[in-house]
Design a protein around this ligand. Structure first.
Ligand code: PNS
Length: 189
């Protein structure tokens, strides 16, 4: 069974990664699908987000990363996916997500939405929270994969590295004082 996991992923967080990893154990294939949304001004371009997600999921052999525009159900049908996968963090998500699932059902009865409850430690986490912390100079090392944290710091012109308030063993801590190699050009934000 093929599932698509659609979203903005601007940027991908550890909460998204949690859903992708758990989804990859449930489905034969998970397609992470980045919406090309002309109505939003993103922090990262679609090609940048695709590269970030590919790097973050390269250890998952049944995960593919792609972009799409238009309706999610049309993209799902085009990719022969039977499932739209979404994460649920809180009741506030539930209202929006239920409306989206019902709307999608009116557009295609063939495609089911499957919700995974986000793991507890990521229940507060969103791309917007990550951007807000970084904008005001805080560390996001504990919220996004390490390479993506570096991309975010570059966007906000932070000095590298930023002191991390939380020490976790799961996330490698940055100790070097040298700047990392440039992967993306700096953006004005
Ligand atoms: O990461 P996001 O921004 O919460 O993802 C929202 C997304 C991309 C899943 C949703 O906006 C979407 O499916 N957009 C495509 C347009 C569409 O299919 N709309 C009908 C469902 S409301």
């Amino acid at each position: 069974m093929i599932a698509i996991y659609p979203g903005s992923f601007d940027p991908i967080t550890l909460g998204h990664l949690d859903i992708i990893q758990r989804g990859s154990r449930l489905f034969d294939e998970v397609i992470v699908a980045v919406l090309r949304n002309p109505n939003k001004v993103p922090l990262f371009s679609v090609p940048q987000r695709l590269e970030q997600i590919r790097l973050a999921t390269k250890h998952l052999s049944n995960v593919e990363v792609d972009s799409f525009d238009g309706l999610t159900v049309n993209y799902a049908q085009q990719r022969k996916a039977q499932v739209i996968l979404r994460g649920l963090r809180a009741i506030s998500d539930f209202e929006v997500e239920l409306q989206m699932a019902h709307t999608n059902k009116t557009l295609s009865t063939q495609i089911e939405t499957v919700f995974l409850a986000t793991s507890n430690e990521y229940s507060f986490l969103s791309s917007s929270v990550v951007k807000e912390i970084a904008r005001f100079g805080g560390s996001v090392d504990h919220l996004v994969p390490p390479l993506i944290a570096l991309d975010i710091y570059k966007c906000y012109n932070h000095k590298y590295p930023i002191a991390t308030p939380i020490a976790t063993e799961a996330i490698p801590q940055i100790t070097s004082t040298e700047s990392p190699p440039e992967r993306f050009p700096k953006q004005e934000v």
